[in-house]
Design a protein around this ligand. Structure first.
Ligand code: IPD
Ligand code: CA
Ligand code: CA
Ligand code: CA
Length: 258
């Protein structure tokens, strides 16, 4: 991927954000998938279709791993796009602005382009490998908490699991937050709004773009034992390096009792 390719994919995602704003004002259906808490709207499908069509126009013969419409199997080739058309669908379905489009380009399981765009909040995060991470074209230099006691930690939503992390951490850190969108919460860590996001049963499309954006901002991504992980790891700590050891010490036993 070249610098011009990066400009092109940013243009496509930016246009998809405009479509999302427009389609959100129309009457869209909300349906449940595997369970009544697992929602999808017409707009999720429309955004995914739009992104795939536009990406294919600019990058012919692309392969995709994407949440909706049967593209959830990892392609056999080593290079593909990973798309979450709306991360935070439940928020979107209720009109909450805390949702985003997440697009990554992955080579040999490693993201080399990452874009997270929250159109209603005008937050456009982007990164390419080894070139830093940006929020609305301003380079991210996060000012993270130095101590665990001062840290802001956010959690994924997973019934029967989230409360365990909440219980283990709430009296140890400054505050706990749950925003209902994995991708945006990772981007918030990259900007220094938060010190960590704990993913619980995440899918690659939830975290691929954030993975690169956070790494490029100087963050670390490890499993509950502190080992480095890739985008296919469902339970992981997306973290400010200053507090990573304290965070591991406080959550490492949770998994064993799950
Ligand atoms: C979900 C959100 C949520 C996280 C779930 C994800 P979706 O993605 O990111 O915050 O806790 O694990 O599945 O379904 O809104 O794209
Ligand atoms: Ca979903
Ligand atoms: Ca998602
Ligand atoms: Ca989604």
């Amino acid at each position: 991927m070249t610098k011009n390719d990066f400009i092109e994919i940013k243009r496509i995602v930016s246009n998809a954000g405009e479509k999302l704003k427009m389609w959100s004002t129309e009457n869209f259906h909300v349906n449940s998938k595997k369970s009544r808490t697992d929602l999808v709207t017409d707009v999720d499908y429309q955004i995914q279709e739009y992104l795939i069509e536009e990406i294919n126009k600019s990058f012919p013969n692309s392969l995709f791993l994407a949440e909706e419409s049967g593209l959830t199997k990892t392609p056999e080739k080593n290079e593909y796009w990973v798309i979450d058309p709306i991360d935070g669908t439940v928020n979107f379905s209720r009109g909450l602005p805390e949702h985003c489009i997440s697009v990554a380009y992955v080579e040999n399981k490693e993201p080399t382009i990452g874009i997270i765009y929250s159109p209603f909040m005008n937050l456009f995060y982007s990164a390419t490998k080894n070139n830093g991470a940006y929020l609305n074209d301003k380079r991210l230099i996060p000012h993270w908490a130095k101590n665990f006691e001062d840290s802001m930690i956010s959690l994924g939503n997973e019934r029967g699991k989230t409360y365990k992390y909440f219980k283990a951490l709430e009296e140890k850190v400054m505050r706990i937050r749950l925003f209902g969108t994995a991708a945006l919460q990772i981007a918030y860590v990259a900007s220094g709004f938060l010190d960590a996001f704990i993913s619980i049963r995440s899918h690659p499309w939830d975290v691929a773009a954030g993975h690169l954006i956070l790494k490029e901002a100087g963050g670390e991504i490890v499993d509950l034992d502190g080992k480095n992980v890739n985008i296919f790891q469902p339970d992981a700590l997306y973290c400010n390096p200053n507090i990573i050891q304290d965070l591991i010490n406080n959550v490492k036993n949770i998994q064993k009792f799950q």
